[in-house]
Write a protein of this length. Structure first.
Length: 330
């Protein structure tokens, strides 16, 4: 005999399941994430881990999707897209952030940090919170800090032990007045130039040197035409894992906690991967015959930058305490 009550109950359960699934689907939010780096890069791997863990822990209430290789625009465009909520999260270097968040210009001052560990100490503490607050005022919630290595000087002529060793050298720098002034303060000839032109310019003698971190020095093959790499570590610029403020404000407290915890875990992973990659790149260039030297006294370099700092502080007097606090952090 046909059991009407049982079939009605089954139909009710089935309908409820469909409605539940539809409700869950409606609640799921796909996050669009921007990344300038290719797949397999330390930052990319850390961001992929962040996306996977957030989706898993929120039971797909949040479904982050990464777009690598800056396919959604260059960094200035991506910053604006994240600020207005067109992008939900991104990994930004603080160098190009200056025109929007003036406090971040401090992080482009040469010899600001003694080493990468000093940068970690600063950015993971109260000072990092101050940078995060400035970013949030402009629509970006910085949840954790990645690294982009330490830029050091390399050249075809001699080791750099003191600022005087830079005198007379033609050094390629990024197109930023601070970096031009840094080289000129040491008596060098700063030469802003497209990165793609550096190899041939070093090979032909148009340039004597340039500056970058180990992974870039190795992957660009600049080590083939530069015999000396000196660990000045003159520029250490952190990066953020940032979420659009509009996206962040839409989250429940539970999901905010999950996203923040996984952002911190992603930063830890990125730093580990970066360190491993830097060691491997250093090994490659050493085995190729590059002479690598430590710089024992970085204070003398910092002292030589004082006129540059004085001019910066004169233009930005409200940022002087931030510089002082960073330098006094041990």
């Amino acid at each position: 005999m046909y059991n009407y009550k049982i079939n009605v109950s089954l139909a009710t359960i089935a309908t409820a399941s469909v409605l539940s699934a539809l409700s869950f689907s409606a609640q799921a939010a796909e996050w669009r994430g921007w990344n300038i780096h290719p797949e397999g890069y330390p930052n990319s791997d850390a961001l992929e881990s962040f996306a996977e863990k957030v989706a898993e822990r929120t039971e797909n209430r949040i479904e982050p999707r990464l777009y690598h290789n800056a396919v959604l625009g260059d960094q200035p465009d991506a910053i604006e897209q994240t600020r207005n909520g067109a992008l939900d999260f991104a990994n930004f270097n603080m160098g190009p952030m200056g025109p929007i968040v003036k406090e971040t210009n401090v992080l482009s001052l040469p010899f600001l940090f003694n080493n990468r560990e000093h940068m970690y100490e600063v950015m993971d503490g109260e000072i990092g919170d101050r940078f995060a607050a400035a970013l949030e005022d402009e629509g970006l919630v910085a949840l954790s800090w990645f690294e982009s290595g330490a830029r050091s000087l390399y050249n075809t002529e001699r080791p750099v032990e003191t600022p005087e060793d830079v005198e007379g050298l033609k050094i390629r720098v990024m197109n930023n007045d601070l970096y031009v002034e840094m080289i000129e303060a040491m008596g060098g000839n700063a030469t802003p130039m497209s990165y793609g032109e550096v190899y041939q310019s070093l090979k032909t003698g148009v340039l004597d040197g340039a500056e970058n971190n180990f992974p870039s020095f190795e992957s660009s093959n600049h080590y083939e035409v530069s015999q000396y790499y000196s660990l000045t570590e003159h520029l250490i610029i952190p990066e953020c894992l940032c979420v659009a403020k509009s996206t962040w404000d839409s989250l429940s407290e539970e999901d905010k906690t999950i996203v923040e915890e996984e952002a911190l875990a992603a930063a830890e992973l990125q730093r580990e991967l970066w360190s491993e990659g830097s060691k491997e790149s250093r090994k490659i260039v050493e085995e190729a015959g590059v002479a690598i030297n430590e710089v024992e006294d970085k204070q003398v370099f910092q002292d030589m930058m004082q006129p540059l700092y004085d001019a910066f502080i004169e233009e930005n007097p409200d940022l002087e305490s931030l510089i002082t606090d960073i330098r006094e952090t041990i």
